[in-house]
Write a protein that binds this ligand. Sequence first.
Ligand code: XUL
Length: 513
Amino acid sequence: MALSLGIDVSTQGVKAELIDPADPSRRFPGVSVHFGTDLARYGAPEGFRPNPDPLIRQADPAMWLEALDLLFARMRDAGLPLADVGMISGSGQQHGSVCLSERFEKLLASLNPAQTLADQLVSALSRRYAPIWMDRSTSRECRELDERFGDRLRRVTGSPAVERFTGPQIRKFARENPEAYRETAVIHLVSSFCCSVLCGVSAPIDYGDGAGMNLLNLETLSWDPDIAAFTAPRLLEKLPRVVPSDTIAGGLSSYFAKYDLKPGIPVTVWSGDNPNSLVGTGAAEPGTAVVSLGTSDTFFAPMRDFRTDPDGYGHVFGNPAGGFMSLICFTNGSLAREAVRKACGLSYEAFDRETPTPSEERLMLPYFSPESTPLVLTPGVKYNFDPEKADGSARARALLESQILSMRLHSAWQKLTLRRIRVTGGASRSLLLRRIIADVFQSEVETIAVSNSAGLGAALRAVNAVEGVPFPELFRSFCKPVETIRPDFPTAPRYDRMLVKYRKLEQSAKSLL
Ligand code: XUL
């Protein structure tokens, strides 16, 4: 069987995960591109263009295109056997939208390998910068959608109107810039945009990522005509088709032959980073949840029965392995951990060491930037203790325990019977954090060998779609746990108490922030 390539276009960079479906033990060197360090000229050290308004978070799609070219060049130069790749898929940060004019299709069909992707495609952008998932500037549009559709929006799309979701973002664009909106022929997500570039034709959106738009009716699995019509004029005409996650979007464009890739190999439709990670962590059976610790932290789990969060923080997306998945997103993940680490002058090791559980029950609300869960538009940090009187490691522990307590609090609506939590993402390397997750949830915490679960999930989806290998078989081969942390049972009452205190702190602060 040929090799499978998964590409992950995330907030801070782009990574590749190459696997050999016939030999799961075969390892290939990891290749990545970091927007801040490798593409510093875009002025987006954290993946978005700095803006004085903290609610506005936009990125340059040309940066993503340049990163793709650089990633393929690095893979080729690192000697990866790209000529043996027989299938590709990918993963994109969710919710970000790329608006393109009619030129897009024409330019894609005639890509010239002597030029770069960015140089050839930038003129097709009808909106120069793409709002990404960190953007919170659409409160007005969310209010309008809620007023118009009430609870129906949550019941059929799986989420109430959410600031970072694509529908409210499109409504704002159409209101603020009607001319550019009119010129827009197609609106892609980051995932379907990158997939289009690989196949040289405008690609569909999959159910996994499409559900993060406030536009997909999860009962009919098609765009909801009423919601689309209210969101923006003639929107249905501008949305790509929405399809199951194992759909082949097309064959690889001959542009990529310069990187030794075979033109025409099947490209499976891309999905969002969280749906891909659900697959990449092998967490498709009920009883397993995933905690992904990246720029944002997310908590997600497969869903047997479709249910929605009455508080509106949890979302329902399509599960690429079938059925649905829940997702709760906490914006202040690694960015908050970095802020506390720097403020306290701590080394990375201080976060990685497992230290004895303290008797103090210190808590903080780490809203260094606007937060999605709970919704906080004005950043602010609050403590239930005097931070000046606590040393750096006590403050770090207060942050980590608070982050995981918030996850437990806001995931309770799913009424999960958890047998295990699988952890992934950069910060899952922290032993202290893994220990805290095991104790706060009183659940086993498992780590899998591959840390880029979104890229691995994409590569596994491609194998499933192209070769028909069932997911359970792929999970047994590629997602075996390499370490299990068992909960320390005597800590349970401490965390039950802290959960009550945390809920009160959050409630008291919501009115202040
Ligand atoms: C999920 C979310 C983030 C992004 C970036 O709803 O907004 O997790 O997908 O990772």
